[in-house]
Design a binder for this molecule. Structure first.
Ligand code: ADP
Ligand code: MG
Length: 403
């Protein structure tokens, strides 16, 4: 353990009353904007509270031999490791309560790292979770085969589907928040620091209307309609007229998340965001695997992020997406095409392949095409047309992996 980390651990132990009586801190394993996470051994873990252990011991009473005794004692002495998440005191008490409450709600959800307990000392709160052995995403994403990626995505969507079923939006799906073990072929979702119950802060947005009614009702944004009509007719775009004393409050929406993983409706400040923003982020993770580029998007801000999407999806589709949420896309960024590029083209380009060589080789493999088809359902620009986590598990790319 480096000096700086050892010092940090010592300071933490000294500041949090009695923590050393219960936990032996081993290392610092995470340091983010909102917390530090430590690996620790739970010194008071009662090995016999575990039912599975109890049953195993009962069975062995009738059949005692030195070897089973030895096995049992070695299992009983296996230390239990935990992850202690020290939430920074700069986080508001409401935010901390929200994270703990949601984790508590999700305690029985598949592939979600459960909360063991939590403590408070003065203004400091710690959450205690079982330690989950995993590997850093950067170590494996380039080498994963399509089949390995499939297993990863199945594990991730299983977690997401149980979170959404509980009516919770995670809001920050990305590789560092999904701890995956390639050897166990299993992952757990962590970090509900930005999560919220679906429907919190929900206000009407022009995207809310049923799909067949949309064309008609979208006219709520008069300026957007005028601009889009002008562009379609090839006429000059009318200048927006900003009233001098605009009585309307500026548009506000939850933008929480991580750059590069935000769904278009988050970038567009849609006020009616739902759990489908998480499905978009999963699509971006899959894009990372099959393009072998991480991070795939790395814009500095939301405007840049929107332009990055324009590069791929083309101006036409992004204009429609903007107007879906009552916004107008106007850009003078050169080289943006009207129609964008197909995923196939982008992926071949990312992985240095041609569409078809003279030998008939090249192009995407059949399983890659299956992955792309699945990804397109996750990266659907219109949330109403995007696949839900539940539906995703039934798509051909994942369907074979249930159970
Ligand atoms: P933050 O809100 O600061 O991002 P996270 O809950 O995402 O906090 O945890 C930060 C990091 O700590 C994770 O990316 C992971 O590396 C590590 N970590 C968190 N929980 C666990 C756990 N249960 N087991 C092992 N490592 C964990
Ligand atoms: Mg995190």
């Amino acid at each position: 353990v480096e000096d700086a980390v050892a010092e940090d651990i010592a300071r933490f132990e000294a500041s949090f009353r009695n923590i050393t009586q219960r936990y032996r801190l081993i290392n610092r394993i995470g340091e983010g904007t909102f917390s530090s996470v430590y690996k620790a051994e739970d010194l008071l873990y009662d090995h016999y509270q575990n039912e599975w252990d109890l049953d195993a011991d009962k069975e062995n009473i009738d059949n005692i031999s030195s070897s089973t005794l030895k096995q049992n004692s070695s299992r009983a002495q296996k230390p239990r490791y935990v992850a202690i998440k020290k939430i920074y005191v700069t986080s508001s008490p409401l935010r901390i309560l929200n994270e703990l409450e949601l984790l508590h709600d999700l305690r029985n959800s598949l592939n979600v790292c459960p909360l063991i307990t939590a403590f408070r000392h003065h203004d400091q709160v710690i959450a205690v979770l079982p330690y989950f052995q995993h590997q850093d995403f950067r170590e494996y994403y380039r080498d994963f085969t399509v089949d390995e990626t499939r297993v990863y995505m199945h594990s991730l969507f299983t977690a997401l589907s149980s979170v959404h079923e509980a009516g919770i939006i995670h809001r920050d799906i990305k590789p560092t928040n999904f701890l995956y073990s390639p050897s166990k072929q299993r992952g757990v979702l962590v970090d509900f620091g930005l999560a919220e119950r679906e429907g919190t802060d929900y206000h009407h947005c022009t995207c809310c209307v049923e799909i067949p009614d949309r064309q008609r009702k979208i006219q709520t944004s008069v300026y957007a309609t005028t601009v889009n009509a002008a562009i379609q007719a090839g006429q000059p775009v009318p200048k927006p007229t900003y009233p001098n004393n605009d009585q309307r409050s500026s548009r506000r929406a939850n933008r929480a998340g991580t750059r590069g993983f935000r769904a278009p409706e988050v970038l567009l400040k849609c006020t009616a965001q739902n759990s489908l923003i998480d499905v978009w982020s999963c699509g971006i993770i899959l894009l990372t695997f099959i393009s072998k580029r991480f991070p795939f998007f790395h814009s500095a801000d939301d405007i840049d992020a929107f332009i990055e999407l324009c590069c791929i999806f083309g101006k036409k589709r992004m204009r429609d997406t903007a107007s879906l949420h009552g916004q107008v896309l106007q850009t003078n960024v050169p080289n943006l095409t009207e129609n964008g590029y197909s995923w196939e083209k982008i992926l071949l380009w990312c992985t240095g392949r041609n569409k078809k060589g003279a030998d008939g080789q090249g192009g995407l493999t059949e399983e890659e095409q299956e992955a792309v088809a699945f990804m397109s359902c996750c990266l659907e620009l219109d949330p109403a047309r995007r696949v839900t986590a539940d539906e995703a598990l039934d798509l051909p790319f994942l369907a074979g992996l249930g159970g």
